[in-house]
Write a protein that binds this ligand. Structure first.
Ligand SMILES: Nc1nc2c(ncn2[C@@H]2O[C@H](COP(=O)(O)OP(=O)(O)OP(=O)(O)O)[C@@H](O)[C@H]2O)c(=O)[nH]1
Ligand SMILES: [Mg+2]
Length: 209
């Protein structure tokens, strides 16, 4: 695990909303490079997109879980995209919707060739749950660069922060070399420059050019 301290090298300039898609085949053409934000409902994915893009109302956020219910596509530069994925693990979403996304999200992750990195957003106040551990395991086995953001760190005191990091080491069965971990707060904000440093590396790697 690395707690990153890299300088800010990158920004999502002129980022704009493009579309919402219900199905993988409705997504923009699979060329260029994109990153996706995954995680449980209410973990703060959409808030983090706003913070990283330095825009208050780009992505819609809500206190009620289950706000993002589509693939939401944002674009910056030429064929560079950010994808906000529907959150998982929210019991009140209808079974139909849950079934749909439990097929469509893995399909997206497995088939999308322009996906250069996944940002898994978790609420740092809770231990990782089965779906989050599964997703981390999948990223490891498929060699997908991953950034684990331990969000809402503004709600932790120093002692709690230490136990979050200790529990993570216990819960995760070895992180892949391509995985970075960052304490984060979309509100404070905290960890922004380090996260942007990791994302810059993904977009700027020779394979992405
Ligand atoms: N204190 C605190 N609250 C946060 C932080 N990030 C997000 N929130 C709050 O958490 C709630 C959920 O945020 P969203 O960004 O809508 O969460 P999401 O993961 O996109 O949720 P879904 O769209 O349902 O999957 C909102 O009330 C946010 O204001 C953070 O870093 N600190
Ligand atoms: Mg959302």
């Amino acid at each position: 695990m690395s707690i990153l301290e890299s300088p800010k090298t990158f920004s999502f300039s002129n980022v704009k909303f493009v579309k919402e898609a219900h199905l993988l085949r409705q997504m923009p053409t699979d060329i260029g490079a994109e990153i996706a934000f995954a995680g449980r409902s209410n973990a703060g994915k959409s808030s983090i997109i706003n913070t990283l893009c330095n825009r208050r109302k780009l992505a819609r956020t809500s206190r009620t879980p289950g706000r993002t219910q589509q693939f939401v596509v944002y674009e910056f530069g030429t064929d560079r995209r950010i994808i906000d994925l529907p959150g998982f693990g929210f019991a009140k979403v209808s079974k139909n919707k849950r079934d749909h996304w439990s097929l469509e999200i893995p399909r997206y992750l497995e088939q999308r060739r322009s996906l250069v990195g996944l940002i898994l957003v978790v609420d740092s106040r809770h231990r990782l749950k089965e779906q989050e551990l599964e997703l981390l395991g999948w990223c490891k086995s498929s060699d997908l660069p991953t950034l684990l953001l331990l969000n809402k760190a503004d709600k932790l005191n120093q002692k709690e922060t230490s136990s979050v990091l200790r529990d993570l080491g216990r819960d995760v069965d070895g992180l892949a070399p391509g995985t970075s971990v960052q304490l984060f707060s979309a509100k404070a904000p905290l960890g922004v420059d380090s996260a942007l440093g990791v994302i810059a590396g993904w977009f700027e790697s020779p394979e992405t050019q």
